[in-house]
Design a protein around this ligand. Structure first.
Ligand SMILES: [Fe+2]
Ligand SMILES: [Fe+2]
Length: 349
Protein backbone atom coordinates (compact mmCIF):
# COMPACT_ATOMS: atom_id res chain seq x y z
CA UNK A 1 0.00 0.00 0.00
CA UNK A 2 1.54 3.32 -0.96
CA UNK A 3 -1.13 5.70 0.24
CA UNK A 4 0.34 8.54 2.31
CA UNK A 5 -0.18 7.87 6.01
CA UNK A 6 -2.35 10.23 8.01
CA UNK A 7 -0.73 13.55 9.12
CA UNK A 8 2.53 12.88 10.94
CA UNK A 9 2.37 15.60 13.60
CA UNK A 10 -0.20 13.68 15.66
CA UNK A 11 -1.12 10.06 15.94
CA UNK A 12 -3.79 9.10 13.46
CA UNK A 13 -7.21 8.04 14.70
CA UNK A 14 -8.81 4.74 13.72
CA UNK A 15 -11.02 6.38 11.14
CA UNK A 16 -8.01 7.87 9.37
CA UNK A 17 -6.33 4.47 9.11
CA UNK A 18 -9.59 3.05 7.87
CA UNK A 19 -9.89 5.79 5.22
CA UNK A 20 -6.30 5.19 4.07
CA UNK A 21 -7.05 1.45 3.82
CA UNK A 22 -10.30 2.03 1.92
CA UNK A 23 -8.57 4.41 -0.49
CA UNK A 24 -5.78 1.90 -1.15
CA UNK A 25 -8.27 -0.89 -1.87
CA UNK A 26 -10.32 1.41 -4.13
CA UNK A 27 -7.15 2.39 -6.03
CA UNK A 28 -6.31 -1.31 -6.61
CA UNK A 29 -3.18 -1.06 -4.48
CA UNK A 30 -1.94 -4.11 -2.64
CA UNK A 31 -2.24 -4.32 1.12
CA UNK A 32 1.02 -5.64 2.57
CA UNK A 33 1.65 -7.39 5.92
CA UNK A 34 2.92 -4.30 7.73
CA UNK A 35 0.07 -2.06 6.56
CA UNK A 36 -2.80 -1.25 8.84
CA UNK A 37 -5.86 -3.37 8.04
CA UNK A 38 -9.27 -3.82 9.70
CA UNK A 39 -9.43 -6.78 12.11
CA UNK A 40 -12.27 -8.32 10.12
CA UNK A 41 -10.24 -8.12 6.88
CA UNK A 42 -7.36 -9.91 8.60
CA UNK A 43 -9.67 -12.55 10.08
CA UNK A 44 -11.36 -13.17 6.71
CA UNK A 45 -8.01 -13.64 5.01
CA UNK A 46 -6.75 -16.00 7.71
CA UNK A 47 -9.92 -18.08 7.37
CA UNK A 48 -9.80 -18.17 3.58
CA UNK A 49 -6.05 -18.73 3.16
CA UNK A 50 -6.03 -21.42 5.88
CA UNK A 51 -8.96 -23.22 4.26
CA UNK A 52 -7.17 -23.00 0.93
CA UNK A 53 -3.87 -24.32 2.38
CA UNK A 54 -5.68 -27.18 4.14
CA UNK A 55 -7.41 -28.10 0.86
CA UNK A 56 -4.05 -28.34 -0.90
CA UNK A 57 -2.59 -30.82 1.57
CA UNK A 58 -5.76 -32.85 2.15
CA UNK A 59 -6.18 -32.91 -1.64
CA UNK A 60 -2.96 -34.91 -1.89
CA UNK A 61 -4.68 -37.95 -0.37
CA UNK A 62 -7.25 -39.03 -2.97
CA UNK A 63 -4.71 -38.93 -5.77
CA UNK A 64 -1.74 -40.28 -3.82
CA UNK A 65 -3.99 -43.32 -3.40
CA UNK A 66 -3.22 -44.16 -7.07
CA UNK A 67 0.55 -43.55 -7.21
CA UNK A 68 1.44 -47.20 -6.63
CA UNK A 69 -1.13 -48.34 -9.16
CA UNK A 70 -0.38 -45.92 -12.01
CA UNK A 71 -0.50 -47.84 -15.31
CA UNK A 72 2.91 -46.72 -16.63
CA UNK A 73 6.13 -45.12 -15.47
CA UNK A 74 5.22 -41.94 -17.34
CA UNK A 75 1.83 -41.69 -15.63
CA UNK A 76 3.40 -42.44 -12.27
CA UNK A 77 6.04 -39.70 -12.69
CA UNK A 78 3.36 -37.17 -13.68
CA UNK A 79 1.14 -38.10 -10.75
CA UNK A 80 4.00 -37.94 -8.21
CA UNK A 81 4.95 -34.49 -9.56
CA UNK A 82 1.36 -33.31 -9.28
CA UNK A 83 0.86 -34.55 -5.72
CA UNK A 84 4.17 -32.93 -4.78
CA UNK A 85 3.02 -29.65 -6.36
CA UNK A 86 -0.03 -29.73 -4.09
CA UNK A 87 2.22 -30.01 -1.03
CA UNK A 88 4.14 -26.99 -2.35
CA UNK A 89 0.89 -25.04 -2.77
CA UNK A 90 0.11 -25.79 0.87
CA UNK A 91 3.50 -24.40 1.86
CA UNK A 92 3.12 -21.16 -0.12
CA UNK A 93 -0.30 -20.65 1.40
CA UNK A 94 0.65 -21.41 5.01
CA UNK A 95 3.50 -18.93 4.53
CA UNK A 96 1.06 -16.32 3.19
CA UNK A 97 -1.18 -16.92 6.23
CA UNK A 98 1.80 -16.51 8.56
CA UNK A 99 2.28 -12.94 7.31
CA UNK A 100 -1.05 -12.19 9.01
CA UNK A 101 0.27 -13.14 12.43
CA UNK A 102 -0.81 -16.77 12.77
CA UNK A 103 1.53 -19.76 12.85
CA UNK A 104 1.37 -22.84 10.69
CA UNK A 105 1.21 -25.02 13.82
CA UNK A 106 -1.83 -23.12 15.02
CA UNK A 107 -3.59 -23.58 11.68
CA UNK A 108 -2.77 -27.28 11.48
CA UNK A 109 -4.08 -27.76 15.02
CA UNK A 110 -7.36 -26.18 13.91
CA UNK A 111 -7.54 -28.43 10.86
CA UNK A 112 -6.94 -31.51 13.00
CA UNK A 113 -9.49 -30.36 15.57
CA UNK A 114 -12.06 -29.80 12.82
CA UNK A 115 -12.48 -26.08 13.57
CA UNK A 116 -11.11 -25.03 10.17
CA UNK A 117 -12.30 -26.55 6.94
CA UNK A 118 -10.90 -27.81 3.68
CA UNK A 119 -12.69 -28.07 0.37
CA UNK A 120 -15.57 -30.57 0.52
CA UNK A 121 -14.52 -32.06 -2.85
CA UNK A 122 -11.76 -34.08 -1.20
CA UNK A 123 -14.27 -36.06 0.83
CA UNK A 124 -15.16 -38.12 -2.24
CA UNK A 125 -13.32 -41.38 -3.00
CA UNK A 126 -11.07 -42.13 -5.97
CA UNK A 127 -12.47 -45.47 -7.10
CA UNK A 128 -10.66 -46.02 -10.41
CA UNK A 129 -7.61 -44.79 -12.29
CA UNK A 130 -9.88 -42.56 -14.39
CA UNK A 131 -10.62 -40.56 -11.23
CA UNK A 132 -7.08 -39.16 -11.46
CA UNK A 133 -8.03 -37.77 -14.87
CA UNK A 134 -11.41 -36.48 -13.72
CA UNK A 135 -9.82 -34.75 -10.74
CA UNK A 136 -7.21 -33.08 -12.94
CA UNK A 137 -9.70 -31.97 -15.56
CA UNK A 138 -12.62 -31.00 -13.33
CA UNK A 139 -11.31 -30.38 -9.81
CA UNK A 140 -8.10 -28.62 -10.81
CA UNK A 141 -10.08 -26.94 -13.59
CA UNK A 142 -12.61 -25.57 -11.09
CA UNK A 143 -9.74 -24.53 -8.82
CA UNK A 144 -8.17 -22.51 -11.66
CA UNK A 145 -11.48 -20.82 -12.46
CA UNK A 146 -11.75 -19.87 -8.79
CA UNK A 147 -8.13 -18.92 -8.33
CA UNK A 148 -7.13 -16.91 -11.41
CA UNK A 149 -9.10 -13.89 -10.10
CA UNK A 150 -7.32 -14.32 -6.74
CA UNK A 151 -4.06 -13.33 -8.47
CA UNK A 152 -5.56 -9.80 -8.26
CA UNK A 153 -6.63 -10.15 -4.64
CA UNK A 154 -6.04 -7.01 -2.56
CA UNK A 155 -3.74 -8.79 -0.09
CA UNK A 156 -0.23 -8.89 -1.61
CA UNK A 157 1.20 -12.17 -0.23
CA UNK A 158 -1.95 -14.13 -1.13
CA UNK A 159 -2.10 -12.65 -4.64
CA UNK A 160 1.56 -13.45 -5.29
CA UNK A 161 1.22 -17.03 -4.03
CA UNK A 162 -1.72 -17.49 -6.39
CA UNK A 163 0.28 -16.48 -9.47
CA UNK A 164 2.65 -19.40 -8.99
CA UNK A 165 -0.09 -21.80 -7.93
CA UNK A 166 -2.22 -21.04 -10.98
CA UNK A 167 0.65 -21.81 -13.35
CA UNK A 168 1.04 -25.23 -11.77
CA UNK A 169 -2.71 -25.84 -11.64
CA UNK A 170 -2.98 -25.34 -15.37
CA UNK A 171 -0.48 -28.17 -15.84
CA UNK A 172 -2.61 -30.31 -13.52
CA UNK A 173 -5.74 -29.55 -15.49
CA UNK A 174 -4.09 -30.43 -18.80
CA UNK A 175 -2.65 -33.69 -17.56
CA UNK A 176 -6.14 -34.69 -16.35
CA UNK A 177 -7.67 -33.82 -19.71
CA UNK A 178 -4.95 -35.74 -21.55
CA UNK A 179 -5.40 -38.78 -19.32
CA UNK A 180 -9.16 -38.83 -19.95
CA UNK A 181 -8.60 -38.36 -23.68
CA UNK A 182 -6.33 -41.43 -23.75
CA UNK A 183 -8.98 -43.46 -21.92
CA UNK A 184 -11.87 -42.24 -24.03
CA UNK A 185 -9.96 -43.22 -27.19
CA UNK A 186 -8.99 -46.57 -25.69
CA UNK A 187 -10.98 -49.76 -25.28
CA UNK A 188 -14.69 -49.74 -24.55
CA UNK A 189 -13.94 -50.58 -20.90
CA UNK A 190 -11.51 -47.66 -20.64
CA UNK A 191 -14.03 -45.27 -22.20
CA UNK A 192 -16.70 -46.48 -19.77
CA UNK A 193 -14.32 -45.98 -16.84
CA UNK A 194 -13.62 -42.38 -17.97
CA UNK A 195 -17.34 -41.68 -18.34
CA UNK A 196 -18.10 -43.13 -14.92
CA UNK A 197 -15.43 -40.93 -13.30
CA UNK A 198 -16.81 -37.81 -14.98
CA UNK A 199 -20.33 -38.78 -13.90
CA UNK A 200 -19.20 -38.96 -10.26
CA UNK A 201 -17.00 -35.83 -10.19
CA UNK A 202 -19.11 -33.40 -12.22
CA UNK A 203 -21.63 -32.32 -9.57
CA UNK A 204 -19.16 -32.14 -6.64
CA UNK A 205 -16.94 -29.95 -8.90
CA UNK A 206 -19.81 -27.50 -9.37
CA UNK A 207 -20.21 -27.40 -5.57
CA UNK A 208 -16.58 -26.26 -5.26
CA UNK A 209 -17.69 -22.71 -6.09
CA UNK A 210 -19.61 -22.57 -2.84
CA UNK A 211 -23.27 -21.96 -2.10
CA UNK A 212 -25.45 -19.85 -4.43
CA UNK A 213 -24.89 -16.10 -4.13
CA UNK A 214 -28.07 -15.50 -2.13
CA UNK A 215 -26.88 -18.02 0.49
CA UNK A 216 -23.19 -17.12 0.58
CA UNK A 217 -22.39 -15.64 3.98
CA UNK A 218 -19.04 -13.99 3.20
CA UNK A 219 -19.32 -13.03 -0.46
CA UNK A 220 -20.46 -9.40 -0.38
CA UNK A 221 -17.88 -8.20 2.13
CA UNK A 222 -15.07 -10.14 0.43
CA UNK A 223 -15.98 -8.53 -2.87
CA UNK A 224 -16.02 -5.06 -1.29
CA UNK A 225 -12.50 -5.73 0.06
CA UNK A 226 -11.43 -7.03 -3.36
CA UNK A 227 -10.34 -10.33 -1.87
CA UNK A 228 -12.93 -11.92 -4.11
CA UNK A 229 -13.56 -10.55 -7.60
CA UNK A 230 -16.54 -12.54 -8.88
CA UNK A 231 -19.52 -14.15 -7.21
CA UNK A 232 -19.83 -17.92 -6.67
CA UNK A 233 -22.58 -18.22 -9.29
CA UNK A 234 -20.65 -16.21 -11.86
CA UNK A 235 -17.56 -18.41 -11.46
CA UNK A 236 -19.67 -21.59 -11.57
CA UNK A 237 -21.31 -20.43 -14.80
CA UNK A 238 -17.91 -19.62 -16.29
CA UNK A 239 -16.69 -23.13 -15.41
CA UNK A 240 -19.71 -24.83 -17.00
CA UNK A 241 -19.23 -22.78 -20.18
CA UNK A 242 -15.56 -23.84 -20.35
CA UNK A 243 -16.26 -27.54 -19.68
CA UNK A 244 -19.05 -28.18 -22.18
CA UNK A 245 -16.91 -27.89 -25.36
CA UNK A 246 -14.04 -29.72 -23.64
CA UNK A 247 -16.33 -32.63 -22.77
CA UNK A 248 -17.41 -32.75 -26.42
CA UNK A 249 -13.76 -32.93 -27.56
CA UNK A 250 -13.17 -35.70 -25.05
CA UNK A 251 -16.13 -37.62 -26.44
CA UNK A 252 -17.64 -37.78 -22.94
CA UNK A 253 -20.98 -36.51 -21.71
CA UNK A 254 -21.67 -34.38 -18.67
CA UNK A 255 -24.29 -36.02 -16.44
CA UNK A 256 -26.91 -33.29 -16.61
CA UNK A 257 -30.03 -33.70 -18.78
CA UNK A 258 -30.84 -30.00 -18.32
CA UNK A 259 -27.53 -28.80 -19.69
CA UNK A 260 -28.08 -26.80 -22.86
CA UNK A 261 -26.96 -23.66 -24.65
CA UNK A 262 -29.13 -20.64 -23.96
CA UNK A 263 -29.00 -18.45 -27.04
CA UNK A 264 -30.51 -15.46 -25.27
CA UNK A 265 -28.05 -15.46 -22.36
CA UNK A 266 -25.13 -16.57 -24.49
CA UNK A 267 -24.32 -19.12 -21.80
CA UNK A 268 -25.25 -22.66 -20.81
CA UNK A 269 -28.23 -23.44 -18.63
CA UNK A 270 -27.66 -26.29 -16.24
CA UNK A 271 -29.61 -28.40 -13.78
CA UNK A 272 -30.18 -27.85 -10.06
CA UNK A 273 -27.32 -28.68 -7.70
CA UNK A 274 -28.06 -30.95 -4.74
CA UNK A 275 -27.23 -28.48 -1.97
CA UNK A 276 -28.39 -30.97 0.65
CA UNK A 277 -25.54 -33.28 -0.38
CA UNK A 278 -23.13 -30.33 -0.15
CA UNK A 279 -24.31 -29.46 3.34
CA UNK A 280 -24.05 -33.08 4.50
CA UNK A 281 -20.45 -33.33 3.25
CA UNK A 282 -19.64 -30.01 4.97
CA UNK A 283 -21.10 -31.36 8.20
CA UNK A 284 -18.68 -34.28 8.06
CA UNK A 285 -21.03 -36.87 6.57
CA UNK A 286 -19.36 -37.26 3.17
CA UNK A 287 -18.02 -40.64 2.07
CA UNK A 288 -14.40 -39.95 3.15
CA UNK A 289 -14.46 -37.16 5.78
CA UNK A 290 -13.37 -39.48 8.60
CA UNK A 291 -10.68 -41.15 6.56
CA UNK A 292 -9.16 -37.89 5.28
CA UNK A 293 -8.85 -36.25 8.67
CA UNK A 294 -7.64 -39.33 10.53
CA UNK A 295 -4.99 -39.96 7.86
CA UNK A 296 -3.91 -36.32 8.13
CA UNK A 297 -3.64 -36.53 11.92
CA UNK A 298 -1.66 -39.73 11.69
CA UNK A 299 0.73 -38.25 9.09
CA UNK A 300 1.23 -35.24 11.38
CA UNK A 301 2.03 -37.42 14.38
CA UNK A 302 4.34 -39.65 12.40
CA UNK A 303 6.13 -36.56 11.04
CA UNK A 304 6.89 -35.18 14.52
CA UNK A 305 10.49 -36.42 14.41
CA UNK A 306 11.06 -34.66 11.06
CA UNK A 307 9.83 -31.36 12.51
CA UNK A 308 11.99 -31.82 15.59
CA UNK A 309 15.06 -32.61 13.51
CA UNK A 310 14.43 -29.62 11.22
CA UNK A 311 14.05 -27.28 14.23
CA UNK A 312 17.21 -28.65 15.84
CA UNK A 313 19.10 -28.15 12.58
CA UNK A 314 17.77 -24.59 12.20
CA UNK A 315 18.74 -23.77 15.80
CA UNK A 316 22.25 -25.12 15.21
CA UNK A 317 22.66 -23.03 12.07
CA UNK A 318 21.38 -19.92 13.84
CA UNK A 319 23.84 -20.48 16.70
CA UNK A 320 26.67 -20.91 14.20
CA UNK A 321 25.72 -17.77 12.32
CA UNK A 322 25.47 -15.63 15.45
CA UNK A 323 28.66 -16.96 17.05
CA UNK A 324 31.61 -14.49 17.22
CA UNK A 325 33.50 -14.44 13.94
CA UNK A 326 36.85 -13.08 15.27
CA UNK A 327 39.76 -15.09 13.94
CA UNK A 328 41.43 -17.42 16.38
CA UNK A 329 45.17 -17.86 16.37
CA UNK A 330 46.04 -20.44 13.71
CA UNK A 331 42.49 -20.41 12.34
CA UNK A 332 41.75 -20.22 8.63
CA UNK A 333 38.02 -19.68 8.84
CA UNK A 334 37.59 -17.95 12.16
CA UNK A 335 34.76 -20.34 13.01
CA UNK A 336 34.45 -21.53 16.60
CA UNK A 337 34.67 -25.09 15.30
CA UNK A 338 38.36 -24.39 14.73
CA UNK A 339 38.86 -24.43 18.49
CA UNK A 340 38.58 -28.18 18.34
CA UNK A 341 40.67 -28.59 15.21
CA UNK A 342 43.88 -30.50 15.65
CA UNK A 343 47.00 -28.32 15.69
CA UNK A 344 48.97 -28.20 12.46
CA UNK A 345 51.26 -31.14 12.03
CA UNK A 346 49.34 -33.35 14.48
CA UNK A 347 49.02 -36.94 13.32
CA UNK A 348 45.73 -37.80 11.68
CA UNK A 349 43.51 -39.78 14.02
FE1 LIG B 1 -3.05 -27.02 -5.84
FE1 LIG C 1 -3.74 -28.99 -8.47
Amino acid sequence: MTTAPPAADRSPGPSEWQSAFDAAVAAEERIEPRDWMPDAYRATLVRQIAQHAHSEIIGMQPEANWITRAPSLRRKAILIAKVQDEAGHGLYLYSAAETLGVSRDELLDKLHAGTQRYSSIFNYPTLTWADVGAIGWLVDGAAITNQVPLCRCSYGPYARAMVRICKEESFHQRQGYELLLALSRGTEAQRAMAQDAVDRWWWPSLMMFGPPDDRSAHSAQSMAWKIKRHSNDELRQRFVDICVPQAASLGLTLPDPDLRWNEERGRHDFGAIDWEEFSQVLKGNGPCNEQRISQRRRAHEEGAWVREAASAHAAKRRARETAPTGRLPGSTTGRPADRTAAPKGAPAS
